[in-house]
Design a protein. Structure first.
Length: 225
């Protein structure tokens, strides 16, 4: 399980969130994020203020200011929660019976699509048109984390060698996929079947620039006796 989200230096800003250590403070911190997620089901991020969050959470504005200097940083922390969830999806073992990299890729992205479509706040924060520069930078860092896991899993299942170049290609593939999903969210509010099909075609077409059409499956090691 991933518990740390790296802070990319490219953003040029320090982390302004006061992250709690005690259990009671952690519960309040998470309650604020829960309130932000509920508000983003119907509102755009720019429509939400500290006072809106306080009313939704049923706590005082100073209690929110204790952790966050502004609402934008609440959304950064909420985005981090979604990043962890997406990474955890890739940490789950794939089901048996996947015989091709195309099947493997389709499964992993179908899991991501289902998570997005179930979480309106995740769609607004990570695929919305109002994406902040800080969240976008951290989203790209998260793509790198997922790309590393995807490349490692591919090399575990299929006869291909792990490399930094493979991770870079998977990172680019994720960015291409997110562009198609973003267009679907912009036009329809969710990732539709039609746009997922276009995303699949784009993913596989790009993957074929660095993967052969057929990769042999690795033979699992026999259990020790």
């Amino acid at each position: 399980m991933v518990t740390i989200i790296p802070r990319p230096a490219a953003t040029g800003t320090a982390d302004m969130i006061r992250r709690p250590r005690q259990k009671r403070s952690q519960q309040r911190f998470e309650a604020i994020l829960d309130s932000a997620a509920r508000l983003l089901e119907t509102l755009e991020p720019e429509q939400v203020s500290i006072y809106t969050l306080a009313e939704e959470a049923g706590i005082s504005p100073p209690s929110i200011y204790h952790f966050f200097p502004d609402a934008g940083q609440v959304f950064v922390a909420l985005a981090e929660r979604y990043y962890r969830a997406f990474v955890d999806l890739h940490d789950a073992a794939p089901p048996p019976g996947l015989m091709t990299w195309q099947q493997h890729m389709a499964l992993r992205f179908s899991m991501g699509r289902a998570h997005y479509n179930a979480e309106p706040a995740a769609r607004r924060l990570l695929l919305g048109s109002g994406l902040s520069a800080t969240i976008r930078a951290r989203d790209l860092e998260n793509d790198r984390i997922i790309a590393e896991r995807s490349a490692h899993e591919l090399c575990t299942l299929f006869d291909i060698t792990m490399s930094a170049d493979l991770v870079e290609r998977f990172t680019e593939l994720l960015v291409i996929n997110d562009a198609v999903w973003t267009l679907s969210v912009h036009r329809h509010g969710v990732i539709t079947d039609d746009y997922e099909e276009q995303a699949r075609r784009a993913r596989e077409a790009y993957a074929r620039t660095f993967l052969p059409e057929y990769l042999p499956r690795r033979i699992p090691a026999a259990p020790a006796t």
